[in-house]
Design a protein around this ligand. Structure first.
Ligand code: IDP
Length: 139
């Protein structure tokens, strides 16, 4: 099943110029980048993106982190893209992430964990539409 998912390369990774290395892993996994942009999110944009986490204790810290520098947002397309990308990202906490995953290799800690990837078809649709309009998506 060809599917789309939404990815963010987070501020800890852009600060270390890791965009190219992370995108290489994404493409090597068979995912096509069908839309991409580098932005600096406002507090309001980050809060809207992460609204599902608004009751979590780490919410304010997460918003500060996500607005601390630029991020690279992209739409990825491929076979089972959601699950495929989550697999190469690795666990949320890099201490628990499997060898060879993006987070194991690049993440700094459970918050500054280098990448975001949608966790389900409904969230992927919400997240893609939150950052991109139809004219910006090539696939
Ligand atoms: P996910 O990104 O692996 O799907 P979620 O549980 O959806 O993980 O959490 C969203 C983001 O919130 C994480 O990627 C991470 O940046 C941050 N986060 C999650 N758990 C914690 C925590 O316990 N402390 C600080 N930040 C956290």
């Amino acid at each position: 099943m060809i599917q789309k998912t939404f990815s963010i390369i987070k501020p800890d990774a852009t600060a270390r110029n890791l965009e190219g290395k992370i995108l290489a892993r994404i493409q090597d996994a068979g995912l096509n980048v069908v839309a991409m942009k580098k932005i600096r999110m406002t507090k309001e944009q980050a809060e809207g993106f992460y609204y599902v986490h608004k009751e979590r204790p780490f919410f304010q810290s997460l918003i500060e982190f996500m607005t601390s520098g630029p991020v690279v947002c992209s739409v990825l397309e491929g076979e089972n893209a959601i699950e495929n990308y989550r697999a190469i990202m690795g666990a949320t906490n890099p201490a628990d992430a499997a060898e060879g995953t993006i987070r194991k290799e690049f993440a700094e800690n459970i918050e500054a964990n280098s990448v975001h990837g949608s966790d389900a078809p409904e969230t992927a649709q919400y997240e893609i539409n939150y950052f991109f309009n139809n004219l910006e998506i090539t696939g």
